[in-house]
Design a protein around this ligand. Structure first.
Ligand code: FE2
Ligand code: FE2
Length: 177
């Protein structure tokens, strides 16, 4: 039997597992995804902390926004952990060394405006990180690339949300780098 792409079906049947027909270096892919996982865990924790700590009447809508972002960062965390598992790796949820593995930082901030600003900085770092990863995965691993593109789109929304909150609460936007 022949097919358009001359796919060697017999060879695929023999290989079976996803890692054995992987287009790139699977070990590197897992290591990179574990860095992204750490970044997401740090983002969950930072937004959770901000959502609890933000107080006062004027902060109610900000609190809700932080809580919503915490939930979405948790979804990113799950997606990335699942992908690591599919690739035959072990998602690293170990709290030891977490911030060292993450691209973003855990900064608390003393005031509402400081919190918003820290989240905006973290989102911008995450955006740069995901852009680099998307370029890396490219055609080597379109499944991972597509997943990261979905996450990136949401990080861009998060950055816009934080930017708008900063304008509303501080009266001026933060200059872009
Ligand atoms: Fe995220
Ligand atoms: Fe985000």
């Amino acid at each position: 039997m022949t097919n358009k792409f001359a796919t060697d079906i017999a060879a695929i049947r023999k290989r079976g597992a996803i890692t054995e027909n992987y287009g790139g270096d699977v070990k590197t892919a897992i290591a990179l995804l574990n860095e992204a996982l750490a970044t997401e865990i740090v983002c969950v924790l930072r937004y959770k902390s901000h959502a609890v700590v933000a107080t006062g009447l004027a902060s109610e809508s900000v609190k809700e926004e932080f809580a919503q972002h915490a939930k979405e960062e948790g979804e990113h965390m799950d997606l990335i952990a699942e992908r690591i598992n599919q690739l035959g790796g072990k998602p690293n949820f170990n709290p030891d060394g977490l911030t060292g593995r993450a691209a973003s930082q855990y900064e608390e901030g003393e005031t509402l405006v400081e919190m918003i600003r820290e989240n905006l900085v973290a989102e911008r770092i995450a955006i740069e990180h995901y852009r680099d990863l998307i370029r890396y995965f490219g055609d080597k691993d379109p499944t991972t690339r597509t997943l990261l593109e979905r996450v990136l789109a949401q990080e861009e929304e998060h950055a816009n949300d934080m930017h708008d909150l900063l304008v509303a609460h501080e009266g001026r936007p933060m200059l872009k780098k």
